[in-house]
Design a protein around this ligand. Structure first.
Ligand code: HEC
Ligand code: HEC
Ligand code: HEC
Length: 131
């Protein structure tokens, strides 16, 4: 009887550690603790101070893309922790002066090259971002 009891305890322990391991996996080991994830969504017309907009503001789905890109912050930022944005063509810091017209560097050097490279469906269709 006693032996049966110990077997049961060991069984419970094994189940428990299996569940814990699963939970830790879900919490994503790529993210360092206390990392500032930043805003969930970002109105980029405000970030880049667009003066005379002709399009609806692009609301950037920051958290959605962090998850979709598995928390590899340095795909878009200069470091694994965030910081300045990365020019997708040169790998250097993205430089944005006045945002005007469809030839602006946010399109040509940031959003569009990655959408093209990663085959994002309708990744360059205007109302994917301006809506
Ligand atoms: C798909 C591109 C993309 C990815 C991936 C991404 N970010 Fe961002 N992030 C942006 C953009 C665009 C902004 C807005 C521009 C800015 O604030 O410099 C931003 C802004 C931020 C801000 C706010 C900065 C400020 O000055 O208010 C933080 C903090 C941040 N990101 C952290 C992260 C972290 C941490 C990760 C990884 C877990 C990450 N980001 C992944 C594109 C991205
Ligand atoms: C480093 C790569 C990368 C960059 C840079 C990037 N994106 Fe994306 N974006 C993606 C990927 C990958 C998807 C598709 C994700 C998915 O559906 O799983 C996507 C999807 C989107 C979507 C659709 C989200 C949805 O709900 O389906 C929007 C909107 C978007 N991006 C906006 C932007 C804007 C605006 C910029 C520039 C400020 C930008 N992205 C820059 C990789 C990027
Ligand atoms: C992948 C996302 C994305 C797509 C697709 C996209 N844009 Fe943009 N666009 C932006 C971002 C981000 C900005 C800067 C922030 C803002 O203006 O909201 C911007 C800014 C602009 C601007 C300058 C600001 C203004 O309102 O006049 C114009 C013009 C523009 N886009 C036109 C277009 C046109 C036309 C298309 C379709 C051919 C298009 N964009 C597709 C993300 C995108």
């Amino acid at each position: 009887m006693k032996r049966l009891f110990y077997c049961f305890i060991i069984f419970l322990f094994l189940v428990y550690s299996g569940v814990t391991a699963q939970n830790n996996k879900n919490q994503n080991s790529n993210i360092p603790e206390n990392l500032d994830l930043g805003p969930e969504t970002i109105d980029l017309s405000k970030t880049f101070n667009v003066k005379s907009p002709t399009q609806k503001a692009a609301i950037f789905p920051h958290r959605f893309l962090q998850e979709a890109l598995e928390y590899q912050c340095d795909l878009c930022h200069m470091s694994k922790e965030g910081g300045a944005l990365k020019d997708q063509n040169t790998g250097k810091e993205l430089k944005v002066a006045e945002v005007k017209g469809a030839g602006n560097p946010i399109h040509t050097n940031f959003c569009w090259p990655c959408h093209t490279k990663m085959n994002v469906p309708q990744g360059r269709v205007c109302n994917k971002c301006h809506k």
